[in-house]
Design a protein around this ligand. Structure first.
Ligand SMILES: [Zn+2]
Length: 129
């Protein structure tokens, strides 16, 4: 019977559980921080390569954009933007669904309209002059 003298491991187990819980708590909190730093999303709409609109996602209320005979209706909902309707032939932009993260974009090739989500990084300000 060599099995009895090990009472300590249970204490260690408890500590390990606590450590894991603490870690889990930290991990759970991380998305909050990430969301905060990436919070200021910017909606950028370009037609034919030219930016026609750029504003904070939080203040973006959608818009109607006309290009090459096509009309796109872009809407904003719950921190995401999507092409609500378009009269382009392939409807790819409509089927793209909503975008809500930096770097994502919706492109309508026939209309040459691109809706892009940008971070709040200021490097675009250089281009904007
Ligand atoms: Zn389209």
């Amino acid at each position: 019977m060599n099995r009895s003298p090990k009472l300590k491991p249970t204490l260690w187990d408890a500590l390990v559980v606590l450590a894991v819980l603490a870690l889990a708590g930290l991990l759970a909190a991380r998305p909050l921080f990430a969301a905060k730093t990436a919070g200021e999303l910017t909606v950028s709409v370009s037609i034919d390569g030219e930016t026609v609109e750029r504003c904070a996602l939080s203040s973006y209320e959608g818009g109607v954009y006309e290009s090459r005979g096509y009309t796109l209706t872009v809407e904003e909902t719950d921190g995401a933007v999507y092409v609500a309707s378009s009269d382009c032939p392939n409807q790819d932009c409509v089927h793209s669904g909503a975008i809500s993260r930096v770097g994502q974009s919706i492109v309508c090739l026939p209309a040459r309209v691109a809706v892009t989500l940008e971070g709040a990084a200021s490097d675009y300000d250089l281009i904007a002059g």
